[in-house]
Design a protein around this ligand. Structure first.
Ligand SMILES: Nc1ncnc2c1ncn2[C@@H]1O[C@H](COP(=O)(O)OP(=O)(O)OP(=O)(O)O)[C@@H](O)[C@H]1O
Length: 376
């Protein structure tokens, strides 16, 4: 449905987007996620037609977009700053794009009612924006973006102005509507949770470069470089060196510890590595407990935070050069609780420790489902 091939955009000396290649299947919800300044809005603006690539090409529905102006593209948009017309009712706001596109006036009231019902605002149709809550206003914006049946929906941080509870409700609401209509959607956000909750596929960007594109579970399970490992989930990192390697497992020395890590990376004995371990994969227990996993290190609790559904520990590990590892205990009610300054043992399975080659992340552009090459 959307094909982006080798797209670059440079502003002066800033490479906002570098050689981005990705595709979005019809009906998919794709989220571009990355920290502030990573280039995600620039990419979205080029898809919308508000800006043009310096190199590469964008196709929507098989058609090259080079000479198609924004207003001729069949795209609905919802942005963080809502552009609802304050003097119009919800129904008039939703009718607006239909009037602009010269829909048959006899069809307009029915379409407006259908789309207000879709976003569960049927009984609010006569209210003006200031008479609606933030979430309700956002629903009007969604109805207005979709009512004319666009081929593509673009979302640019549409939920970031909402408070947390409302934002989480609206994430599910967006997903419900998107699945009900089957509209192809590209969303940009800096919020990794939002990306995981809403998307069929996620593209992680950093420094204008696509770092990884994958479905949410694969991205979480198999980050391809330290940036993705750190950005998605809560991950602790520490340096090490490979001492032995088989296809199944890598043996790493890190500080005074010898650890087993997930295999398959073909690093080679002697390679310097960055080790990554997720907070929820680490088990915390007493130092004299029976061993449970291949890897074990002794540490001292430096911080403990009770978040209700989980306990969050920061544990200093002198044997790992003083690295501080984040640990989640997701059953803090039935498990023992450890105090600050208390000695503990941390354990985790070999399959959960990832050894990445040390050094700058390679500029990889990976696609889980590769498409054929594009021809002009
Ligand atoms: N019109 C412009 N002129 C000059 N530089 C720009 C312009 N637009 C974007 N940039 C630069 O390009 C880079 C990418 O910007 P972009 O807005 O795409 O990032 P972003 O990931 O959307 O960030 P944020 O989450 O903060 O909106 C940044 O370094 C930004 O300063």
């Amino acid at each position: 449905m959307v094909e982006i091939a080798g797209v670059s955009r440079v502003f002066g000396t800033v490479a906002a987007v570098s050689n981005a290649t990705l595709h979005v299947d019809r009906g998919d919800f794709l989220t571009v996620v990355g920290p502030s300044g990573c280039g995600k809005t620039t990419l979205l603006r080029m898809i919308a037609g508000f800006d043009r690539p310096d190199a590469g090409e964008i196709r929507i529905g098989g058609v090259r977009m080079d000479r198609v102006p924004a207003w001729q593209r069949s795209i609905g948009m919802v942005f963080q700053k809502l552009a609802l017309f304050p003097h119009m009712t919800a129904a008039e706001n939703v009718a607006y794009p239909l009037k602009m596109r010269r829909f048959d006036p006899a069809r307009i009231p029915g379409l407006v009612d259908d789309y207000l019902a879709l976003v569960r605002l049927a009984e609010f149709k006569d209210r003006r924006p200031h008479e609606l809550s933030g979430g309700q206003q956002q629903r009007v914006a969604i109805a207005r973006a979709l009512v004319f049946g666009p081929d593509l929906l673009l979302l640019d941080e549409p939920l970031s102005a909402l408070d947390r509870k409302l934002r989480e409700d609206m994430q599910l609401e967006f997903r419900r509507i998107q699945q009900e209509l089957g509209v192809t959607t590209i969303n940009v956000t800096h919020d990794q949770r939002e990306a995981l909750v809403m998307s069929d596929r996620i593209v992680v960007m950093e420094g204008g470069v696509i770092q990884q594109a994958d479905d949410p579970v694969s991205l979480y399970r198999r980050p391809e470089n330290p940036f993705v490992a750190r950005f998605i989930g809560v991950t602790s990192m520490f340096p090490g060196r490979v001492t032995a390697e088989t296809p199944e497992a890598v043996t790493v020395t890190a500080g005074e510890a010898t650890l087993k890590a997930r295999g398959g990376a073909a690093l080679g004995a002697g390679a310097a590595v960055e080790c990554a371990i997720r907070a929820e994969q680490i088990a915390i227990g007493p130092r004299d407990g029976a061993p449970r996993f291949e890897n074990a290190v002794d540490g001292i609790v430096r911080q403990r935070i009770f978040e209700g559904e989980r306990m969050v520990y920061a544990v200093e590990v002198p044997g790992l050069g003083g690295a501080v590892l984040n640990v989640f205990d997701h059953d803090p009610v039935s498990h023992s609780v450890y105090d600050e300054a208390q000695p503990v043992r941390l354990e985790w399975a070999a399959r959960d420790l990832i050894a990445f080659p040390a050094g700058p992340a390679p500029a990889v552009t990976t696609e889980h489902k590769p498409t054929g090459s594009l021809t002009t």
